[in-house]
Ligand binder design. Structure first.
Ligand SMILES: [Zn+2]
Length: 430
């Protein structure tokens, strides 16, 4: 709605310019010469001021209040019920939009000199405005859709306690933190791997409307990103192929998506509730295990680490409620101490990577709520955090030239920002 005061300011500005123009051109060259100091006297001609024309269109802007309907607003402003009827029932599908108007949204209308409604517009959001112009008795509807401008934007942050807080400090939303973590979730365990001093660089689309940041739909796409954790660098670049499929790839064209997630837990709840400093010693104490313990609040979503089949959904004294998944011939994963299973989870069912299979709990031999996670290759336990994971599908040969062209330019842009730290930090403070 901020565009309307701007528009108003523009109109006022334009009007005063016009008046200025009239005033300047209303003076004869002699008068101007007088003003410049010439001495020849001249009888002063005072022209009667032109009467101000009645305003042709009087504009009213209304913020929709709780409980408002178009009918109430019309009544409040003395607009005709007949016009209301025409608008709401005879302007086609767009007229329907006026039947549900929501508090906080904006309605604007204009009346002619006699007080008749000649124009009405309603904006259900900043991206859309429906407009109705009077044509005789009726109103003709039209719709304006605004496409926000997308501007490649760079941010950098050093992680002190969590990815969330680092993102917040860089002016990025929680949703963005989750998207960033999801891009790297096959390589980086954002629950256990992240240390104070880790950092990220990201190039993404920030959206703007009329030069103002627009975040109602969150930030735009992540274009390229680098996460540096414990001295290791991971880079990902976004690519959309000719068929519109979007994926993230390493600079060499390997798919970021792999057959297994690095951590089978919904990271968002853990990072927001658990401090890294508390989680870290837990992992150390878990080393003698054949698996990893993730301390997490009861009820935290547990995800299938990879596509597979459920081979066990059961309960015993030691494991409590547990699930075993088989992935192809060689791989299996185990999830122990669950508080409950997700609905529909039963033996023989196929699950996809990321599907919720259960929820963290403290059933069986557990001192507190946590997930005990095991990763086996041909029946042998592996450290899930370091095991080499089977690769996903890389960029295809046909797509490779496009990918290389696009990814090189994105990565070069990211590098360019990184080597201009002052500019980068100024940007981060916007
Ligand atoms: Zn354990």
């Amino acid at each position: 709605m901020s565009s309307l005061p701007n528009l108003h300011a523009l109109i006022v500005g334009a009007l005063s310019l016009v008046m200025l123009g009239v005033w300047v051109s209303g003076r004869t060259p002699d008068q101007q010469a007088n003003a410049a100091g010439a001495v020849e006297p001249e009888p002063e001609v005072v022209e009667p001021p032109a009467p101000a024309p009645p305003p042709e269109r009087e504009r009213t802007v209304v913020a929709v209040k709780p409980g408002d309907s178009l009918a109430r607003i019309f009544k409040r402003h003395g607009l005709s019920a007949r016009d209301l009827l025409h608008l709401a029932t005879r302007s086609g599908a767009l007229g329907e939009r006026l039947k549900d108007i929501y508090p906080g949204h904006e309605l604007a209308f204009e009346r002619d000199g006699s007080g008749n409604l000649i124009y009405l517009q309603y904006s259900p959001g900043r991206l859309e405005t429906v407009k109705f112009e009077r044509v005789g008795e009726q109103f003709e509807g039209s719709k304006v859709i605004i496409e926000p401008d997308e501007v490649p934007t760079y941010k950098h942050a050093v992680i002190e306690t969590s990815l969330y807080l680092a993102c917040q400090r860089a002016g990025l939303s929680d949703g963005f933190a989750e998207r960033l973590a999801n891009i790297f979730q096959w390589d980086i365990d954002f629950i256990l791997d992240i240390r104070a001093g880790d950092e990220f660089h990201v190039l993404y689309h920030e959206r703007y409307i009329d030069g103002q940041p627009y975040r109602d739909l969150g930030e735009g796409d992540v274009l390229a990103a680098q996460v540096i954790t414990q001295g290791k660098s991971y880079r990902a670049v976004r690519h959309e192929d000719g068929a519109g499929n979007v994926g993230y790839y390493t600079p060499g064209g390997q798919n970021m998506r792999k057959a297994f997630l690095r951590a089978p837990l919904d990271f968002s709840r853990i990072s927001s509730n658990f401090n890294l400093k508390r989680v870290h010693p837990l992992w150390k104490s878990a080393m003698p295990h054949r698996g990893i313990d993730y301390a997490a609040p009861t009820g935290t979503r547990v995800k299938a680490a990879g596509d597979g089949t459920i081979v066990a959904v059961s309960r015993n004294r030691a494991n409590g409620k547990y699930i075993v998944l088989q992935h192809g011939r060689s791989y299996s994963t185990k999830y122990l101490h669950l508080s409950r299973f997700a609905s529909g989870i039963k033996k023989g069912k196929r699950v996809a990577q990321g599907d919720t299979i259960g929820f963290v709990g403290a059933t069986g031999w557990a001192t507190g709520p946590h997930l005990h996670y095991e990763f086996l290759v041909n029946g042998v336990h592996q450290n899930p955090r370091t095991v080499r994971l089977p690769a996903g599908t890389p960029i295809g040969d046909a797509e490779r030239p496009n990918f290389e062209l696009a990814s090189m330019s994105l990565l070069a842009e990211l590098e360019g920002y990184k080597t201009r730290p002052r500019l980068a930090y100024a940007d981060a403070e916007q």
